[in-house]
Design a protein around this ligand. Sequence first.
Ligand SMILES: *Cc1c(COP(=O)(O)O)cnc(C)c1O
Length: 341
Amino acid sequence: MDKKNIDWENLGFDYVATSKRYVANFRDGKWDEGILTEDSNITLNECAGVFQYAQTVFEGLKAYTTENGHIVAFRPDLNGQRMTDSAKRLEMPVFPVERFVEAVVETIRANAAYVPPFGSGATLYVRPYMFGTNPVIGVKPADEYQFRVFTTPVGPYFKGGAKPLTLCVSDFDRAAPHGTGHIKAGLNYAMSLHAIMTAHANGFDENMYLDSATRTKVEETGGANFIFITKDNTVVTPQSDTILPSITRRSLLYVAEHYLGLKVEERTVYFDEVKDFAECGLCGTAAVISPVGKIVDHGKEICFPSGVEKMGPTIQKLYDTLTGIQMGHIEAPEGWIKVIE
Ligand SMILES: *Cc1c(COP(=O)(O)O)cnc(C)c1O
């Protein structure tokens, strides 16, 4: 397969259309068989449910080339399961996990020429999503839906090394108790845009959101989960019903325990104890882990002793081990790597 003539190292994180995308429609209570199409546009009625009441959910994962030349995806079944959970919460039909994985695999295979070569640091970002398509004006779930998967090549996340981020404790809330913080839905992002633009305007990279009920517990940022390392090298990650269950974070905890022999704790993390941690990172598909150097709470600064200049040592080890598993030079746990070709 000839690769496209793309300057892989200098790609950013912007949409670039690829050859094929997958489309399936839900009508009369069932999904059709789905097809790959070249048409990147969607034509919908002006009153489609997605436009009126934001009935849409999405996923994000990556395909990439391993050291021995295979195109693979990382744990796509977990994205399928999470989309099932998201769809149920928004009263949308479930796109079965096996079909989800098949659609992801087919779409990646059809765009193999856009999967960046090994060593470029670039990847093919895969975006499955679903939305209500028929006219809905009275408030209720749509009856018809479309499930799609498109891909777009994205550049290396850290160009010239990972520079630690500076976060601010946000005055905005991300998720309400018993709300939708635990699902991957555009609605959680729409209302985070003002908060992130405010953080950027004030010179911060990201927001740290606290729990909205008491504003004492650490939740997550707009699009990544927290991971902390204590001074005696325990890996700690916040547990909460209003956090999006990051697949990267769950994989890192497994790696910490089973590959690195570290103690791991998934528990409530109070903001008051953050100053006592040695290292802090943000985890998600895009960067795997981004180191956090500093968190600012209304003028009060918390600096992590190892991690202001570069990634701290334990976070670096976690990063190296998980990316080693993904790239194929460290043996992966059963079922983590889906070989596409
Ligand atoms: C997608 C997402 C994450 C990261 O999840 P991964 O599965 O690791 O990519 C974290 N927080 C939020 C709010 C997200 O939407």
